[in-house]
Design a protein around this ligand. Sequence first.
Ligand SMILES: [Zn+2]
Length: 72
Amino acid sequence: MHYTPSVIAKYSKTSDRCWRNCGIVGDFTHIFWDCQKIMEFWSCVKAELRRTLGVDLLINMAMPLVFKLNLE
Ligand SMILES: [Zn+2]
């Protein structure tokens, strides 16, 4: 299980900002979807799936949510 910076900050004296140093609060949505750096990752995943499998996958915000549900 991953705890986001915003959750960890509630229980310790750490920063609630994104661990990718973009300066935005690191809640679940930001960490797994909204952060510019993770969006670059998702774009690479989409391009690689298209290149290797010929699949044009629709990547949207539900993907990290489904991933989270599978882990719990
Ligand atoms: Zn960020």
